[in-house]
Design a protein around this ligand. Structure first.
Ligand SMILES: [Mg+2]
Length: 269
């Protein structure tokens, strides 16, 4: 059944559409700090996920523990030149590994096909920069996932949580009103960006950064442990202001139907 009021959906890439667990970016951040003699934990490396990758490195370098380890190793705090050097290394390392993380999240291909069949336009946005997405998107397309259009953190005046990536998709795909659009993503800054754009927002709790595991690893956990991780991830997205939180794009359709009905009743984000 065609949507009457909703026009489009903006999906994040890693952890939302492809790369279950958002594992490609986090490994790179750990690696660029390791090359500087500074060990960071996966949790530290994941913290600001979703922002521009240079900003991400800068934020991790300013964590009090990381900053202290850096001072112990280098004799002075990390500066802009250090961030630039790590960022250059991160681009190279990210491009090298991205083809290995281009597998669509289970159920996403069928879900997106159904959204399109019922009239929705599909945009992609990401904290990756263009050269990174160019290393990822052709492999994702070969694997069955290709949004109508996709934009990257370096193609707008400011990346997430600013609204420009959402608006660039909206403009390119001919949106008529922000309230007819939905932003879905696995990180709090995905949600903030969608809210700043005036879109409805859906947090994706189970397949991305909030849980940080492959589908297989997550399924293999004892149920109580899995549920605790999911609950923490859902809570973080709710706290960011998400209108709805689901575990996967694959299970998102009922929320889109609800939003379509709310729009028909005259409601707005
Ligand atoms: Mg993501």
């Amino acid at each position: 059944m065609a949507y009457t009021d909703l026009e489009g959906l903006v999906l994040d890439w890693a952890g939302t559409a492809v790369d279950h667990g958002s594992l490609a970016p986090v490994g790179v951040f750990v690696e660029v700090f390791r090359r500087e003699g500074v060990d960071v934990t996966l949790e530290e490396a994941r913290g600001p996920m979703g922002v521009h990758k240079r900003d991400h490195i800068a934020i991790v370098s300013k964590l009090p523990r990381v900053r202290q380890v850096w001072i112990d190793a280098h004799g002075s705090p990390p500066g802009e030149a250090d961030i630039d050097r790590m960022y250059a290394g991160a681009i190279e390392a990210q491009i090298a590994c991205l083809p290995d993380y281009a597998t669509p999240i289970p159920g996403v291909i069928d879900a997106v096909a159904a959204f399109r069949r019922d009239g929705l336009k599909i945009g992609g946005t990401t904290g990756y920069i263009r050269v990174m997405l160019d290393a990822l998107a052709p492999h994702a397309a070969a694997n069955g996932y290709a949004p109508d259009v996709a934009f990257t953190a370096d193609e707008v005046p400011a990346a997430r949580p600013a609204p420009y990536l959402c608006w660039k998709v909206f403009e390119t795909l001919g949106g008529t009103a922000a309230k007819r659009w939905v932003k879905a993503g696995d990180t709090p800054v995905d949600i903030e960006a969608g809210l700043n754009a005036g879109f409805w927002t859906i947090g994706i709790a189970g397949t991305g950064n909030g849980v940080g595991m492959t589908a297989e690893a997550l399924a293999a956990l004892p149920e109580a442990e899995r549920e605790a991780l999911l609950a923490r991830s859902r809570a973080a997205l709710t706290a960011a202001g998400a209108h709805y939180v689901v575990d996967s794009v694959a299970t998102m359709e009922p929320v889109l139907r609800t939003l379509d009905a709310r729009l028909r009743r005259g409601e707005r984000p």
